[in-house]
Design a protein around this ligand. Sequence first.
Ligand code: UD1
Length: 402
Amino acid sequence: MADAAAAGPRSCSSNRPRSRRRVPSLRTMPTAQPLVHVVGARPNFVKAAPVMHALAERGVPQRLVHTGQHYDAAMSDVFFDDLELPRPDVSLGVGSGSHAVQTAAIMVALEQALTPERPPLVIVYGDVNSTIAAALVCAKLGIPTAHVEAGLRSFDRSMPEEINRVVTDRLADLLFVTSPEGVDNLAREGIDAGRVHLVGNPMIDTLLRHLSRFDPGPVRDRLGAPGRYAVATIHRPANVDEPHAARRIVAALEEAVARIPVVLPLHPRGRATLEEAGLAELTGRGLLVVDPLGYLDFLSLVRGSSAVITDSGGIQEETTILGIPCLTLRPNTERPITITHGTNRLVEPEALGAALDGALAGAQAPPPEGPPLWDGHAGERISQSIESWLAVRAGPGGTSGS
Ligand code: UD1
């Protein structure tokens, strides 16, 4: 069996930013007014951290707004601790709801928060409801937005995230793209190329920054996981909202545990339907269901695994860099570069057993070249672009937004 965990992280083509400019003092900054980052859900925190760290290094004033889309300690607080993120300056506390209820609640609260402040730029991340809500509010208030992780497309409008991506990109003034096909997608949609910047992947910045802290031993021992195992995560509405879909997933996991023990940190969204579909019956047969894990614990667990089974977006990217085979239980991906340049394969639930056999036999080794610019410096490129953009808007000797 190929030991993916022993393979270690992959090297990627490095395209470091040109030598970092001297960090300007606040008096000479192109903006005296803080930029605002809007985050709300787990993957946002992972993407915002390197951008915030890089802007802080440049002395750019910034504030953090947390919408409260994710609110459990295990879904939110632990990420702030793990990623050394500052506590939010503003917490909107919107919580869960239907798409309309949640998106509208974020919009109402965010409009109130931003109106008196009118920041020179609001930065939004990824494709969650907090992202589209913030982009809409800013567009109506006339506040420019930057979208980090622009241009991804699954071309599947049944995914709420696809709607969020398309609309957010349409509205954004600055579009920061993680991989070349994103640039092509935006060009096809007629988005002005002058707004589009290929910068690499901030989620991979975070992964590389914390790589030395990903130690599988302690988390494996704490959870009672065996030495050899696969990790599974399942939370997409298409896989867990309907009983029929949940039964397909449980049947697929049954095939998986027949081959290798599986650790499943279970997102609250799918718990009820998956349990009704018979998940508990697999617990004595090699399935270990655990609560959602924080960033460091989860990536440590993944790093020690032989394979990952998922329907997440970000995990397709993380496994690509860690060199762990990833079997994605979806009919499509907005991240095709993780297939062409990584360890990812799309798999129907009914084909999971055979795909896992192949992955465990080492048939899913990563190609030699990783995705371009996934080198740990996306945050720096983004902050550099933002600073230039603010300087242009401010004009000679001016400060924007003041
Ligand atoms: C959201 C994103 C999805 C992302 C995922 C990461 C949207 C449309 N979807 O999906 O793209 O991959 O986050 O995790 O924005 N819940 C809790 N505690 C929490 C948060 C949620 O128990 O802290 C439960 C609630 O029952 C809630 C359900 O999870 O109704 C779904 O949460 P929600 O934020 O609406 O969507 P996710 O499925 O988490």
